[in-house]
Write a protein that binds this ligand. Sequence first.
Ligand SMILES: *[C@@H]1O[C@H](CO)[C@@H](O)[C@H](O)[C@H]1NC(C)=O
Ligand SMILES: *[C@@H]1O[C@H](CO)[C@@H](O)[C@H](O)[C@H]1NC(C)=O
Length: 426
Amino acid sequence: MLHTFLFLILLTIFAVHIQAQASYGVDCSFPIHGKDFRCGDLLGDRHNFYEHFMEGCRKHYGSKANRCDVTENDRIAMSIRQPQSMVNFTDAGFMKIKAPTEVMSLLTQHWETNKANMKEEKWAAGNVYVNHWETPSYLVSVEDQSLRGGGYNLKTKIWDAAKSTIQQWTGMELKPTSMYGIRMYTEGAVLSPHVDRLPLVSSCIINVDQDVDEPWPLEVYDRQGNAVNVTMEPGDMVLYESGSLIHGRPFPLKGRFFANIFIHFEPTGRPLHATTDQHVDELDDFLPPYLVPGSPEIAHWTSQNPGGWKKPSPSAPIQQAAAPEAHFAAATGDFERLQQIVKKDKRMLNTQDANGWRALHEAIRFGDKDIVEFLVKNGAEKNARTGNVGQGSSPLNLALQFHDEKHPVVLYLREIGAEDIAEGEL
Ligand SMILES: *[C@@H]1O[C@H](CO)[C@@H](O)[C@H](O)[C@H]1NC(C)=O
Ligand SMILES: *[C@@H]1O[C@H](CO)[C@@H](O)[C@H](O)[C@H]1NC(C)=O
């Protein structure tokens, strides 16, 4: 009797779970490969929703209404043509992690200092990427020199601080190509699913701040072609191969605002661990390393880049500091990679990034007790503090900021007698 009861409860939970996670492919939430909706009303009346969306654009642009349709058809053509033409550098095409603390502090400072002076974002006539005719978007641009601290210098600092994470993720040396934001979306905003124009290839989105009633999902399509909702809290970073991964926010934002930034790089063609210049000889004489020769994008790319892609000149191997690799492995819970790193050189465990963070701090924030224990047993200092002069949080203090008292990481650190020392405490 009791068993049957429990079984029924489990079945109900399971059924609800399945319903909430209905799986679907393209052209269900929004037109991606075509305008015929394929999923009936699985997601409500999306057809009607879309008609209203396009009508809004046409009405707003009046005599230039046809531009809405031109941009829209371009978006769809690009979503068909480009993904199949791209070389992918990662298995999944996307990954959510916590943004490196240095990136986050640069962004938070710019946001907090300047958000009172945000400017309404201007869109070209007929742009259908955001329903700006219905809900305005705003910019606190990192390159805006009229804002305090804004300008190329800040942009460079953010690129530098974000680069190693994305290099570790893709396994390729990268160079910056674009940075856009901080963009603030407002209530009702929709971002049409799309892929980014080249050379925006290896990228990340960072949630800087939000005031929402429920998480506003970023919808991406996995390698099987199924939609996945990725939700983000402030401080979260989604790594994504933006030239090949369809991404958008087709469900209207519920809440006051959502502020994020997009940071983009392109691969130079040099694998991160290359020790020779051999890869330079292997690069195509005309195409960039991220395009599949003979693919549908080639004609379009060639028309945009008649001179071809500029091959990097042979240079000394990158001085790949040890820190980023151990940090990235710890920040993403990659136990296997950490074990390999430790095998090679244990000293990496105590190297620090620009904010004084070590692999142990990242592992604590990620929240895997086995990894934390492994690091401590291999010589990571249990009371090592963050901060570039060692005045930041101790590991236990950090654990308590990210997790509760009963979390296995907290329990473990207490068990080994780690001290709870707050930032600034002597
Ligand atoms: C994504 O979120 C939307 C809005 O909450 C929901 O309707 C949809 O079913 C979700 N999709 C997936 C794949 O979970
Ligand atoms: C790269 O990823 C996209 C999106 O997942 C996929 O459509 C494409 O076929 C992949 N490219 C290759 C060369 O496999």
